[in-house]
Design a protein around this ligand. Structure first.
Ligand code: CA
Length: 222
């Protein structure tokens, strides 16, 4: 019994995965391929991918945004959970990362859903706003460079419809945020966004200790 979130020991994490993970083979293969890479720990955990897919189905999202494609695991989780005819814009600056996942998107038959935009996400989102797409998206996943987190949050709030949901990754930053001596742009940006969300009357919110900390925000109709 506990009235706080329980510590996740290695043994408990093993049980958690064994007792709850339903990872389709294609996702497991893309995850294994990504894990071979030197920066492979950037990919989200499989239980987080399963949770995001659950969230997509729960909300019936058909239009999604992702900032930080990396090798495309999270995009594949989200796209597999959306009905045919849906659309997901995913942004990354480095074409070599999404290139790892693109064959898996094709194999899964969701490459017509995923609209990859290579370039600065700030510019991509600004262009979407300028093109009149404000208020038209159901879901956004923010997992790009941390120093721009507050900017991405504000852009996604504009692009989301009322009732739309933003999920923001790495909001517990490997537990490092409790170290007051930690004073770098990425850590400070995450701290600033956590506090902004807590105090933001435009949204409902919940910070989940899944993966590296996933903040959930729902845009209110105000
Ligand atoms: Ca991340």
């Amino acid at each position: 019994m506990s009235n706080r979130t329980i510590p996740m020991t290695d043994a408990l994490y093993g049980y958690y995965l064994n007792a709850s993970l339903r990872e389709p083979d294609i996702l497991a293969r893309l995850r294994a391929k990504t894990a071979e890479r030197s920066e492979g720990d950037m990919q989200i955990s499989p239980e987080q991918g399963q949770f995001m897919a659950f969230l997509i189905r729960l909300t019936g999202a058909r239009r999604a945004i992702e900032i930080g494609t990396y090798t495309g695991y999270s995009a594949l989780c989200v796209a597999l959970a959306m009905p045919k005819g849906s659309r997901m814009v995913t942004c990354d600056r480095r074409p070599e990362w999404p290139r790892v996942g693109q064959p898996f998107w094709r194999e899964a038959g969701v490459d017509d859903i995923i609209d990859l935009r290579i370039g600065k996400a700030l510019d991509t989102l600004d262009a979407m706003i300028a093109a009149g797409e404000s208020g038209s998206y159901d879901f956004a996943f923010i997992d790009g460079d941390k120093k721009n987190y507050v900017n991405y949050y504000e852009q996604c709030l504009i692009l989301l419809r009322p009732g739309g949901v933003i999920a923001i990754d790495n909001m517990l930053w490997s537990g490092r945020l409790v170290n007051d001596a930690l004073d770098d742009p990425a850590s400070n940006a995450i701290r600033a966004l956590n506090i902004r969300i807590r105090d933001d009357s435009r949204v409902d919110s919940s910070l989940l200790p899944i993966g590296d900390g996933l903040a959930l925000v729902r845009k209110l109709d105000i």
